[in-house]
Each structure stands twice: as structure tokens, then as C-alpha cells.
Design a binder for this molecule. Structure first.
Ligand SMILES: NC(=O)C1=CN([C@@H]2O[C@H](COP(=O)(O)OP(=O)(O)OC[C@H]3O[C@@H](n4cnc5c(N)ncnc54)[C@H](OP(=O)(O)O)[C@@H]3O)[C@@H](O)[C@H]2O)C=CC1
Ligand SMILES: N[C@@H](CC=O)C(=O)O
Length: 429
């Protein structure tokens, strides 16, 4: 029985988990595919670095071409991250008839269609389940589980690092920078954590989810992204007092042919199940015309959860090989271009926190601005500002268009009684 030979690009958080699962679950894996799965060679930056697992030093290499050009390697698993080098290695591996499994959302969000086309051209599989929501098998679910339905909305917490930070800030009053450091030490954050905290990692994942879910070619530029670096403890406290939690949500919506995709810190009603998704956990809601609402929950980052998805992809590659159906799947490279909704067509409830003058008639002038742009209000709360002689007004609107809310904010800029638009958040639930 000839084993399946795997070349592993990267032995960091995820790569280490892949080795542990392939070795630890070898018997179960063999019982599913009927062949041993062997890690033949492993690419690292530094062979002399101390590792948390023991690995045969002869298997380590610092030269990617030892793997890409290796005549016996059947599958390349890319878990090193980055774009320039990895794209070249993956394209070359596919050109040489090797199947590829990757966790690299940066690469798949930017170059997915080109890479998938290359895989098809060469009759190879390219699978990337681990690139979105770590251990949750959401990509396979969208492609296979919902193949009979028309998905209208995908909403989720898809970044573990930021959910870990917001949870600790909300539950323990911890400081943003301390918790970010913890998330890095736990292996959740990206090599450059700016992409986590500024919403780019989540935007890349939403690009992939919307592409597969809506069966249309979404590009990263189609996703508007805002992260959590400007979220203050005060905002989190206000959210709680009003019965909400602040979460970094990715939201992709489709109406007829038009889509909108965004990532932003969002006030979620505490009664909505997504409000209680805490720590490194992710959750993805999928709404279908026929199925209605569904929810998928699990660890969104970390060594073993992410490696579970990688090894599941490896098993799929081997099953396809045995059935002789590698690289036969349609998708991504065949999808049509996306048509985006305009800001007039994107609608939701909003939360606004304003610092205003504390005198007669101010509330009337402010509510008049909302009326001018036909934004109706759900609740208004005015109170003295504890730190200043001015007052705070907290407003929650009914559904309003993104364009109308922007006009309201712009108008406040020229209103002498509004000192500052302190915070604006989308509201869900
Ligand atoms: N961490 C997580 O929870 C998740 C990560 N991902 C994705 O998985 C990928 C890997 O992430 P993660 O394991 O956290 O990353 P790490 O930084 O922990 O590991 C990267 C590994 O790749 C090696 N490497 C990096 N650059 C090079 C290079 N130029 N040449 C040779 N080897 C290189 C490093 O070598 P050395 O060990 O010698 O430094 C290291 O072993 C990324 O694309 C990430 O976005 C996806 C889902 C979850
Ligand atoms: N940095 C990412 C890792 C998984 O994709 C996250 O925190 O979610």
C-alpha cells in the first residue's frame, strides 16, 4: 500500500497541529482512506529553532523547492502564511500536478480565482477549509450542504483574536493592548496583528464566504472593513447598559443580484445567540431562502482546531484521488462578477453617541436633523456627561440607509450644539 506523501510548508502554530493530528490520528485516517498519510518534508525558516514537537531533523528543510520539486510528494500543505512566496510555490506545485491544501485566507481572498483555475487546468485539488473560521467546516457546508438553496445572508464572528480581545475587555475590563499580547502568545493572531484588529483578516474571510455562498466572484475591494482599534471601554459599557454586546461582525447580504459585504464593530442584542459567542470562538449564521436561519459555532483559531480543518482537507484530497475525481469540481473560477449595492440600498439600525451642549432646545435640533433625512428613532437617552460640563445623547435608530446616516453625521459636523459624534455602530438583533 503506497502511502500518500505530504510536503508541509510551515511548522508554526498550525503546522505543528497538522503533524500532531496526522501522527496522533493515523489509524483513524487510514481507516477512512485506506492508505497511510506520511509527512515527508517540512519547510521552516530556521532548522535550529527549538520546537514543541519532536520531528526527524532530516525531514526539515529551509528550501521550499525541496518540497515543490520533490518527485514523491503528492500533496503540498501550505501553512506558512504571506502572499508573494506562497503564491509562487502553490502555482508551481499545482503546475507539477501536486494537490494543495492551504489555510491562507490572505492569498485565497486576493488570488483565489487564479489559483483555482490553475488547479483545474492541472486536474488538481485546491482546498482551503482552514482559511475561514478555524475548526468550523463552513466552506464545505456552504458549497455542499447548501447546494440546493439560495443563500441570502451570511453573518458571523470570523476573527478569533478580536473576539478574544472584546470578550476580555467586556467581561474583565482588561486593557486592549494587554489582551492583544495574550492573543499573540496563544497563537491566535496573524504574524502582523494589524490585520486582525483593523478588520482586514475578517474582510478576507468574508470575501471567501460571500464568493462561495453567493456563487459570485467577490473581490476583497468589495468588502468595506473597519476594525476594533477605536472601540473604547466606554462604548462597551454603554452597549452593556442598553442590553447589547459589541462584536466584530462580518455581514454579507444579497437581494436579487445585488450584494453588500462589510466588517465592523456591531452592537448585538444580548438576547441574540451571537452575543454570547465569546473568547476565541467564532460563529457563522447562514440564511437561506428555503432553509431559513442556521448557525455554525466552534473555535476560530489556534493549533488543533485549525489543523483539524487542514487534515480534513487532506482526507478529501486522498478520497478524490482514489475515486479519480481530483480537480473536477466547478466553482470560483467560473463565477460571475459581483454587483454591489449602493449606500442608499444598505439598511440597518444604528447606535450613535453624541457629546452635545447641555441647554434648552438641543434635543429638538438634533432630532430635527434625523427627521430631515427621514431617519426614524427607536430610542433617545440624554444624560449629563460624567467627565465634562456638556451632555451625552445616546440614540438608537430604526432601520435607516447607510447613506442617510452618513448625511446625518455630516450635518452634525456643522451644528454648533453638537461638540462631537463620539461613536457610531451598526445594530443587529
Ligand atoms: N494561527 C491560527 O490560529 C490560524 C492561522 N491561519 C493561517 O495559517 C497560516 C499559518 O499561520 P501560523 O501557523 O499561525 O503561523 P506561524 O507564524 O506560527 O508559523 C509560520 C511557519 O512558517 C514558517 N515560515 C514562515 N515564513 C517562511 C519562509 N519565508 N520560509 C520558510 N518558512 C517560513 C515558519 O518557520 P519557523 O518556524 O522556522 O519560524 C513557521 O514554521 C497563515 O496563513 C495564517 O493566516 C489560519 C487559521 C487559523
Ligand atoms: N488571526 C486569525 C487566525 C485564524 O484565522 C484569527 O484570530 O481569527
Amino acid at each position: 500500500m503506497k502511502p500518500i506523501k505530504v510536503g508541509l510548508l510551515g511548522l508554526g502554530t498550525v503546522g505543528t497541529g497538522v503533524v500532531r493530528i496526522v501522527e496522533g490520528h493515523q489509524e483513524d485516517l487510514q481507516s477512512q482512506v485506506g492508505l497511510p498519510i506520511v509527512i515527508e518534508k517540512v519547510l521552516v525558516q530556521n532548522k535550529t529553532k527549538s520546537r514543541s514537537i519532536s520531528i526527524d531533523p532530516d525531514k526539515l528543510t529551509e528550501d521550499p523547492w525541496d518540497i515543490i520539486r520533490h518527485p514523491d510528494i503528492d500533496v503540498v500543505v501550505e501553512v506558512m502564511g504571506g502572499i508573494a512566496g506562497t503564491k509562487e510555490y502553490i502555482i508551481e506545485a499545482l503546475s507539477r500536478g501536486k494537490h494543495v491544501v492551504t489555510a491562507n485566507k490572505d492569498l485565497m481572498a486576493l488570488h483565489g480565482p487564479e489559483i483555482v483555475a490553475k488547479a483545474k487546468e492541472n486536474g488538481c485539488d485546491i482546498l482551503y477549509e482552514a482559511s475561514v473560521a478555524g475548526g468550523i467546516p463552513i466552506l464545505r457546508t456552504l458549497v455542499d450542504g447548501f447546494s440546493s438553496d439560495r443563500i441570502t445572508k451570511i453573518m458571523g464572528i470570523v476573527n478569533g483574536t478580536t473576539n478574544y480581545i472584546l470578550t476580555k475587555m467586556s467581561q474583565e475590563g482588561a486593557s486592549y493592548s494587554d489582551v492583544l499580547k495574550e492573543a499573540q502568545e496563544l497563537g491566535y493572531a496573524e504574524a502582523d496583528p494589524t490585520s486582525d484588529v483593523e478588520g482586514l483578516d475578517a474582510a478576507r474571510k468574508m470575501t471567501i464566504l460571500a464568493t462561495l455562498g453567493f456563487r459570485t466572484n467577490v473581490s476583497l475591494a468589495n468588502v468595506s472593513a473597519k476594525g476594533i482599534s477605536q472601540v473604547s471601554k466606554e462604548d462597551i459599557l454603554y452597549a452593556k447598559r442598553l442590553g447589547y454586546e459589541l462584536k466584530l461582525l462580518g455581514i454579507a447580504e444579497r437581494q436579487d443580484d445585488l450584494v453588500s459585504i462589510s466588517v465592523q464593530p456591531t452592537m448585538v442584542k444580548q438576547t441574540h445567540p451571537i452575543a454570547s459567542v465569546n473568547g476565541v470562538f467564532n460563529a457563522v449564521y447562514v440564511y437561506g431562502d428555503a432553509v431559513g436561519e442556521t448557525m455554525f459555532y466552534g473555535a476560530g483559531a489556534g493549533e488543533l482546531p485549525t489543523a483539524t480543518s487542514i487534515v480534513a482537507d487532506l482526507v478529501a484530497v486522498v478520497k478524490n484521488l482514489k475515486l479519480g475525481v481530483s480537480g473536477k469540481q466547478n466553482g470560483v473560477a467560473d463565477y460571475k462578477e459581483t454587483k454591489l449595492k449602493s449606500d442608499d440600498q444598505i439598511s440597518s439600525k444604528y447606535f450613535l453617541l453624541l457629546h452635545v451642549a447641555d441647554r434648552a432646545g438641543v434635543l429638538a435640533r438634533i432630532t430635527q436633523v434625523f427627521a430631515e433625512f427621514e431617519v426614524s428613532l427607536e430610542s433617545v437617552l440624554q444624560q449629563p456627561n460624567p467627565n465634562n460640563p456638556d451632555a451625552e445623547i445616546i440614540i438608537i435608530t430604526h432601520d435607516a440607509s447607510k447613506a442617510a446616516i452618513q448625511k446625518v453625521i455630516d450635518t452634525f459636523g456643522s451644528l454648533d450644539v453638537v461638540y462631537k459624534v463620539k461613536s457610531v455602530y451598526r445594530v443587529e438583533g
